[in-house]
Design a protein around this ligand. Structure first.
Ligand code: QUE
Length: 357
């Protein structure tokens, strides 16, 4: 078996270590397929009281999904052609498993965490972040959309902060993450080993959630001021619209340097991604997580088949010229029918999720 994800039992803990250093621990299909059955086994094993997930290498928790592999499979034939389908099915099923996990699931997020990294952390009961956190949902830069449950968790962040993060891909630090409610605890990176030891040595005879919360509380430090929180009002003023054009116009009216930079950032993203993402976030506001996961699977298949995904991967991850040539190239050229088609049911290719409480 691959060493890209290490799975071990340490006393009362199941320990998952994402270990794909050359790709900042980006999540591959193989990693999903190794991890999911082990989470099932730990859920059923009475000696396992909690699961801890972390990233190896000191730089990243998880940089996202293995979108590079998915992009290079698009347009191929045979077994390779089905990677977009198999990868997103496996990733979303894993996110769903974590979302409904019956034991404390504790993510130690010490470094870069983007896209698929939020799928592995946000759905658990506890997210511990450190001073090294760099958190983002940057998918509109590669022609897709903030998936792995972004349609569920972004609209549940305060005010319009989630709309801002999902459309622009803006980076958050630890203080921002605590303010958002992404982080449940902030701990110094150098204390994570001690935290693991304390979880391993805890008396787990009480309710698991309370035991974990008690241990984590002993390590929590008070976060500093959040730059994102300081912008909460302007975000609510500018990002509440139903159309991307409304948001751009509101930013223009603000007339500040920050608003102008944010507007310029939006105009660099895939126009199709922006339109689809805004609709995804508005729809997700009134939907439960499972319904959102099914919606996102439809979107994943529709958007990875389009030009902008291959072009975004080329511009950001392959050639790194940061100059994607989007098609359609402008918001005005993205028709309502094109957006609508991305949300359409896919007979014979829907995401099936096991019923769980
Ligand atoms: C948007 C994304 C991703 C991204 C950059 C974006 C993403 C992802 C990676 C990534 C980064 C470094 C790696 C790697 C992948 O970058 O999902 O393999 O070494 O995984 O702008 O969604």
């Amino acid at each position: 078996m691959s060493d890209d994800v290490l799975l071990e039992s340490r006393g009362p803990l199941g320990v998952v270590t994402l270990n794909r250093l050359k790709a900042l621990n980006a999540l591959s299909l193989e990693m999903c397929r190794a991890l999911h059955p082990r989470l099932d086994a730990w859920a059923a094993d009475p000696s396992v009281k909690a699961v801890v997930i972390r990233g190896a290498g000191g730089r990243a928790f998880c940089a996202g999904g293995d979108v590079r592999a998915v992009a290079s499979s698009v347009g191929r034939t045979g077994a390779e052609a089905s990677l977009a389908r198999e990868f997103f099915r496996a990733e979303y099923a894993l996110n769903h498993r974590i979302h409904h996990y019956p034991k404390p699931f504790i993510a130690l997020v010490d470094g870069i965490c983007m896209g698929g990294g939020l799928g592995l952390s946000m759905h658990g009961a506890f997210r511990v972040v450190t001073e090294k956190l760099v958190l983002a949902m940057p998918e509109t830069a590669i022609g897709i959309f903030p998936d792995v449950g972004g349609g569920w968790f972004l609209p549940r962040f305060p005010g319009e902060a989630g709309t801002y993060l999902g459309l622009t891909g803006a980076r958050c630090d630890a203080a921002d993450a605590v303010w958002l409610g992404y982080a449940t605890h902030q701990v110094e990176s150098s204390r994570l080993e001690d935290l693991m030891a304390a979880l391993g040595a805890a008396d787990w005879s009480g309710a698991g959630r309370d035991v974990a919360a008690g241990v984590l509380a002993g390590f929590h430090q008070v976060p500093g001021p959040s730059g994102l929180a300081a912008r909460a009002e302007v975000l609510s003023r500018c990002f509440g619209g139903q159309r991307v054009e409304d948001i751009l116009a509101a930013l223009e009216r603000e007339g500040t340097a920050w608003a102008e930079e944010t507007r310029a950032t939006l105009l660099r993203m895939s126009p199709t991604s922006l339109r689809v993402t805004l609709r995804q976030l508005r729809q997700g506001r009134g939907q439960d997580y499972d319904a959102t996961a099914r919606m996102e699977y439809r979107l994943s298949q529709a958007l990875t088949a389009r030009h902008d995904f291959r072009e975004g991967i080329r511009a950001v991850l392959v050639d790194k010229d940061q100059k994607p040539r989007w098609s359609p190239a402008t918001l005005a050229e993205v028709t309502e029918a094109e957006v609508e088609a991305c949300f359409a049911p896919r007979p014979g290719d829907e995401l099936e999720l096991p019923a769980r409480g």
